[in-house]
Design a protein around this ligand. Sequence first.
Ligand code: SF4
Length: 328
Amino acid sequence: MRPFEYIRAQNPNDATQSAADGAIIIAGGTNLLDLMKLEVMAPDALIDINHLELNQIEETENGGLRIGALVTNSELANDIRVRRNWPVLSRALLAGASGQLRNKATTGGNLLQRTRCLYFYDRAMACNKREPGSGCAAREGFNRILAVLGTSEHCIATHPSDMAVAMRALGAEVETLKEGGTTRRLDLDELYLLPGDRPDRETVLEPGELITAVVLPAPVEGRQTYRKVRDRASYAFALVSVAGILKIEDGRITRADLAFGGLAPKPWRDTQVEAILVGNRPTEELFEQAADQLLAEAQGLGDNDFKLPLARRTLVSVLTELTQEARI
Ligand code: SF4
């Protein structure tokens, strides 16, 4: 690891100023320190935000939750309000990483963690995300864990977060603070960029812009689940995951909020999949139509071809689970 300056932020504006000057923000550090040890990232300075007061979970006026960026994944997963009203989020968090990592990893850091593409972490290999213009070793390489939707010829990396997939299904928004004190809110679709020809740019955050909180909308009626398919029972990233919230009234689906992990460079949501479901009776044929829509543009590159049938089966299985009572 190379030497770097360590700065402790005294307040949020301090953090944004240092970050705008080139320092990298550190909170839990569960991904950043690995990247620094491998010299995939070699910042001259770190700005430590752990002492800022961003670690509260507060109820909002409309019945939602405002989750401070420094709330740990363990605290959020175990919050009784989250478990009761947003169980898809609690389940997604508990499906991620290990207990030790969840105790350190923060809400803001989880959203901004980097891909686990093996070539991104190997400095001997070409990677447009690590070194723009160098190429993408994964396209012709071992791409089993990589994306089949939303990719470009320049990058096929997946976003690794489980938490973000559940938040995408829930319609969460991030609150940010920019250098100079201005704030803004972004939903997760706006926050994340697809790789296009600039896979090194992963979000719309500006230099120095700090995520201060995530806001969950008020709870909605319906059943919720998070299904993660992975190589091991724990401590493994998703090959395919589905966050689902479904409501059924009078035998018909009246709400379908679905987001997908392990398939794309960002938590994936396709409103056309949801439109196929809403208004109709839950049948296997309908679920297959939804899967057809989800995978209409999907493309494997060899090792990851298996994700297409796996995503289909996982979606159909999740929809079957969430509509089981209505189908009896
Ligand atoms: Fe790099 Fe993306 Fe290619 Fe992986 S898929 S090697 S992260 S450019």
